[in-house]
Design a protein around this ligand. Structure first.
Ligand SMILES: [Cu+2]
Length: 165
Protein backbone atom coordinates (compact mmCIF):
# COMPACT_ATOMS: atom_id res chain seq x y z
CA UNK A 1 0.00 0.00 0.00
CA UNK A 2 2.73 2.40 0.92
CA UNK A 3 4.77 1.54 -2.16
CA UNK A 4 1.75 2.05 -4.35
CA UNK A 5 1.09 5.49 -2.93
CA UNK A 6 4.73 6.39 -3.43
CA UNK A 7 4.56 5.15 -7.01
CA UNK A 8 1.64 7.40 -7.74
CA UNK A 9 3.34 10.37 -6.19
CA UNK A 10 6.43 9.80 -8.30
CA UNK A 11 4.37 9.22 -11.44
CA UNK A 12 2.45 12.38 -10.78
CA UNK A 13 5.63 14.35 -10.21
CA UNK A 14 7.12 13.08 -13.47
CA UNK A 15 3.98 14.02 -15.33
CA UNK A 16 3.92 17.50 -13.91
CA UNK A 17 7.56 18.15 -14.67
CA UNK A 18 7.14 16.74 -18.18
CA UNK A 19 4.32 19.14 -18.81
CA UNK A 20 5.98 22.07 -17.18
CA UNK A 21 9.49 21.89 -18.56
CA UNK A 22 8.96 22.43 -22.30
CA UNK A 23 6.79 25.49 -21.83
CA UNK A 24 8.96 28.54 -21.53
CA UNK A 25 6.16 31.01 -22.11
CA UNK A 26 7.15 33.01 -25.17
CA UNK A 27 7.46 36.74 -24.66
CA UNK A 28 4.47 38.53 -26.17
CA UNK A 29 5.30 39.76 -29.66
CA UNK A 30 6.54 43.32 -29.34
CA UNK A 31 5.84 44.03 -32.99
CA UNK A 32 2.58 45.79 -33.69
CA UNK A 33 0.68 44.82 -36.79
CA UNK A 34 -0.75 47.66 -38.83
CA UNK A 35 -3.84 47.11 -40.91
CA UNK A 36 -4.48 49.46 -43.82
CA UNK A 37 -7.98 50.19 -45.08
CA UNK A 38 -9.71 52.75 -47.29
CA UNK A 39 -6.48 53.24 -49.22
CA UNK A 40 -6.63 55.47 -52.29
CA UNK A 41 -4.52 57.86 -54.33
CA UNK A 42 -5.77 61.02 -55.95
CA UNK A 43 -5.88 60.94 -59.74
CA UNK A 44 -3.66 63.47 -61.48
CA UNK A 45 -3.06 64.43 -65.07
CA UNK A 46 0.52 64.88 -66.13
CA UNK A 47 0.74 67.40 -68.91
CA UNK A 48 4.08 68.13 -70.44
CA UNK A 49 5.35 71.55 -69.56
CA UNK A 50 3.18 72.90 -66.80
CA UNK A 51 2.76 71.29 -63.46
CA UNK A 52 -0.41 71.48 -61.44
CA UNK A 53 -0.65 74.52 -59.19
CA UNK A 54 0.57 73.64 -55.76
CA UNK A 55 -2.24 73.38 -53.29
CA UNK A 56 -0.50 74.82 -50.28
CA UNK A 57 1.62 77.46 -51.85
CA UNK A 58 4.64 75.25 -51.38
CA UNK A 59 7.39 75.21 -53.91
CA UNK A 60 6.87 71.92 -55.67
CA UNK A 61 8.26 70.56 -58.84
CA UNK A 62 5.79 68.95 -61.16
CA UNK A 63 2.35 67.52 -60.59
CA UNK A 64 1.42 66.32 -57.16
CA UNK A 65 -0.88 63.70 -55.78
CA UNK A 66 -1.63 62.30 -52.37
CA UNK A 67 -2.48 58.97 -50.81
CA UNK A 68 -5.06 58.57 -48.06
CA UNK A 69 -5.89 55.65 -45.80
CA UNK A 70 -6.79 54.46 -42.35
CA UNK A 71 -4.01 52.85 -40.34
CA UNK A 72 -5.30 50.53 -37.66
CA UNK A 73 -3.14 49.18 -34.89
CA UNK A 74 -4.53 46.01 -33.34
CA UNK A 75 -1.75 45.61 -30.83
CA UNK A 76 -0.90 47.09 -27.48
CA UNK A 77 2.27 48.61 -28.89
CA UNK A 78 2.22 52.07 -30.42
CA UNK A 79 3.77 52.50 -33.84
CA UNK A 80 4.54 55.33 -36.19
CA UNK A 81 4.49 55.82 -39.94
CA UNK A 82 7.87 57.35 -40.68
CA UNK A 83 8.33 57.03 -44.41
CA UNK A 84 6.58 56.20 -47.66
CA UNK A 85 7.86 55.31 -51.10
CA UNK A 86 6.46 54.90 -54.58
CA UNK A 87 7.91 54.57 -58.04
CA UNK A 88 5.48 57.04 -59.62
CA UNK A 89 6.80 60.16 -57.88
CA UNK A 90 10.21 61.74 -57.49
CA UNK A 91 9.68 62.61 -53.85
CA UNK A 92 7.35 61.23 -51.21
CA UNK A 93 6.71 63.12 -48.00
CA UNK A 94 4.39 62.77 -45.06
CA UNK A 95 2.28 65.88 -44.65
CA UNK A 96 -0.28 67.34 -42.36
CA UNK A 97 -2.66 70.18 -43.16
CA UNK A 98 -2.86 73.18 -40.89
CA UNK A 99 -5.01 76.25 -41.01
CA UNK A 100 -3.10 79.51 -40.98
CA UNK A 101 -5.55 82.36 -40.86
CA UNK A 102 -7.99 81.49 -43.61
CA UNK A 103 -5.53 79.47 -45.62
CA UNK A 104 -5.04 75.73 -45.43
CA UNK A 105 -1.38 74.87 -45.68
CA UNK A 106 0.42 71.57 -45.95
CA UNK A 107 3.45 70.90 -43.84
CA UNK A 108 5.86 67.99 -43.78
CA UNK A 109 5.85 66.02 -40.53
CA UNK A 110 8.35 63.56 -39.08
CA UNK A 111 5.75 60.85 -38.87
CA UNK A 112 2.20 59.91 -38.04
CA UNK A 113 1.54 58.19 -34.72
CA UNK A 114 -0.57 55.07 -34.78
CA UNK A 115 -1.56 54.61 -31.13
CA UNK A 116 -1.76 51.20 -29.47
CA UNK A 117 -5.18 49.67 -30.11
CA UNK A 118 -6.04 52.79 -32.05
CA UNK A 119 -5.91 54.23 -35.50
CA UNK A 120 -4.63 57.10 -37.57
CA UNK A 121 -6.62 58.65 -40.38
CA UNK A 122 -5.02 60.04 -43.50
CA UNK A 123 -7.67 62.05 -45.30
CA UNK A 124 -8.10 65.15 -47.43
CA UNK A 125 -7.65 68.19 -45.21
CA UNK A 126 -5.53 66.25 -42.74
CA UNK A 127 -2.59 63.88 -42.75
CA UNK A 128 -1.60 62.44 -46.11
CA UNK A 129 1.22 60.84 -48.02
CA UNK A 130 2.33 63.49 -50.51
CA UNK A 131 3.55 62.47 -53.91
CA UNK A 132 5.67 65.24 -55.38
CA UNK A 133 6.79 65.25 -58.98
CA UNK A 134 4.47 62.56 -60.24
CA UNK A 135 6.12 60.98 -63.25
CA UNK A 136 3.13 59.54 -65.05
CA UNK A 137 -0.57 60.17 -65.33
CA UNK A 138 -2.57 58.58 -62.54
CA UNK A 139 -5.98 57.69 -63.88
CA UNK A 140 -8.97 56.57 -61.89
CA UNK A 141 -8.91 52.78 -61.94
CA UNK A 142 -5.11 52.57 -62.00
CA UNK A 143 -3.13 51.07 -59.17
CA UNK A 144 0.17 52.28 -57.83
CA UNK A 145 2.66 50.53 -55.62
CA UNK A 146 3.02 52.24 -52.28
CA UNK A 147 5.45 51.20 -49.60
CA UNK A 148 4.89 52.36 -46.05
CA UNK A 149 7.66 52.20 -43.49
CA UNK A 150 6.76 51.99 -39.82
CA UNK A 151 9.09 52.61 -36.92
CA UNK A 152 8.40 49.28 -35.25
CA UNK A 153 6.57 47.00 -37.64
CA UNK A 154 8.77 47.79 -40.62
CA UNK A 155 7.76 47.83 -44.27
CA UNK A 156 4.34 47.31 -45.73
CA UNK A 157 4.01 47.06 -49.51
CA UNK A 158 0.57 48.00 -50.80
CA UNK A 159 -1.36 48.56 -54.00
CA UNK A 160 -3.13 51.89 -53.84
CA UNK A 161 -6.09 52.30 -56.19
CA UNK A 162 -6.29 55.64 -57.98
CA UNK A 163 -9.52 57.55 -57.60
CA UNK A 164 -10.85 60.83 -58.87
CA UNK A 165 -10.92 63.35 -56.04
CU1 LIG B 1 0.79 67.54 -48.98
Amino acid sequence: MKMRTLFFIIAFAVMVSACASPTPTPAPAAKPKIEVSDLWTRAVAVSSGMGTPSAGGMNMSGPTSAAYMILKNNSGVADRLIKAQTDVAKTVEIHTTVKEGDVMKMKPVEGIDVPANGQAKLEPGGFHVMLIGVTRELKAGDKIKLTLVFEKSGELVLEAPVRAP
